[in-house]
Design a protein around this ligand. Structure first.
Ligand code: PXP
Length: 256
C-alpha cells in the first residue's frame, strides 16, 4: 500500500504571512525521508496555498512520484503539460469550498473530461479521477480514459466519526460497503484503485482492508501531527499503519 502525502497545508501556513516559511520543498524532503511514496500538491485556481514556484521546485527535486491535483481547465492543462508530473488527479474546484468537497461529475462532464484526459495522457502523464464511490461514476471514468480512480473517503470518515469507530452504528458500514463495491468495479474495469480525503491515524484501519486498494492520499492529518512530532515521523507513523494492510491477493499468489 503506497502513501501519497499532500503538502497543501504546509503552503497554507506559509501563505498566512505571505512569507518564506514553512517551505513546501523542505516539507517534501522530510516527507520522503519519512517514507512517502508520492508527493501531492493541489495548485488551485485562486492559489490560496500552493504557488506555481512550489510546484516547479518540487517537480525539479522530488525523488518520488509527483501527483498534481488540478481542475480540468485550459490554464491548468498548460501548467501540467509544462511541468510533467508523474500523475495528475482531476478534481472539481469550488471557489467557496474550504477543501475539495465532492467528487468529479464524470457522467455529466464526459465531453470535457475525455479531451483533458487524452491531452494529459499524450503528454505522458498518468491520470486519476477523484470521484465519489458511485458505480456510474466509475463506469464513466473508464469510458473517459482515466488510468485510475481515487475514491472520496470523506463520507466514510464522517460516518466513522459519528459512529465513534463502532462499525454497526450509523452509516459507517454502509459507507465502507460503497467504497468496497466501487473499488471492485474500478479494478474489474482495469483501472488502479486509490482513495483519499479526511483519512487519519484513527479512521484508517477499516479502509486498509479494502480489496485491491493501491494508494492512499493523505494531507491534513499528517501535517497536523507534524506540528507535534515533526513531518518525517508523522509520515513514518502513517507508513507503519499502511504496512499493516492485509497483503494484496497477487502478493499471495506470487509467494506460492
Ligand atoms: N485527495 C484529494 C483529491 C484531495 O483533494 C485531498 C485534499 O486536498 C486529499 C486527498 C487529502 O485530503 P486530507 O487533507 O483531508 O487528507
Amino acid at each position: 500500500m503506497q502513501l501519497g502525502v499532500n503538502l497543501d497545508h504546509v503552503a497554507t501556513l506559509r501563505q498566512a504571512r505571505r512569507g518564506l516559511e514553512p517551505d513546501p520543498v523542505w516539507a517534501a524532503v522530510e516527507a520522503q525521508l519519512g517514507g512517502a511514496d508520492a508527493i501531492t500538491l493541489h495548485l488551485r485556481e485562486d492559489r490560496r496555498h500552493v504557488q506555481d514556484h512550489d510546484l516547479g521546485r518540487i517537480a525539479a527535486t522530488s525523488q518520488v512520484r509527483l501527483n498534481l491535483e488540478m481542475a480540468a481547465t485550459e490554464a491548468m492543462l498548460e501548467i501540467a503539460l509544462r511541468t510533467r508530473p508523474h500523475m495528475a488527479t482531476l478534481v472539481p474546484e469550488g471557489r467557496a469550498e474550504i477543501t475539495t468537497e465532492g467528487g468529479l461529475n464524470v457522467v455529466g462532464d464526459m465531453g470535457l473530461l475525455k479531451q483533458v484526459v487524452a491531452r494529459l495522457r499524450e503528454g505522458g502523464i498518468t491520470v486519476s479521477a477523484f470521484i465519489d464511490a458511485e458505480i456510474e461514476q466509475v463506469d464513466a471514468a473508464a469510458e473517459a480514459g482515466f488510468d485510475m480512480c481515487e475514491l472520496h473517503t470523506g463520507p466514510y470518515a464522517h460516518a466513522f466519526h459519528e459512529a465513534g469507530g463502532d462499525l454497526p452504528r450509523g452509516t459507517m458500514k454502509k459507507q465502507l460497503e460503497r467504497l468496497a463495491a466501487a473499488g471492485r468495479r474500478i479494478t474489474q474495469l482495469g483501472m488502479l484503485f486509490n482513495a483519499g480525503h479526511a483519512l487519519n491515524y484513527v479512521n484508517i484501519g477499516p479502509v486498509l482492508a479494502l480489496a485491491n486498494l493501491r494508494e492512499l492520499h493523505i494531507g491534513h492529518s499528517i501535517v497536523s501531527r507534524a506540528l507535534f512530532v515533526g513531518l518525517r515521523q508523522a509520515v513514518a507513523e502513517m507508513k507503519r499503519l499502511l504496512a499493516q494492510a492485509p497483503p494484496a491477493p497477487w502478493a499471495a499468489s506470487a509467494r506460492a
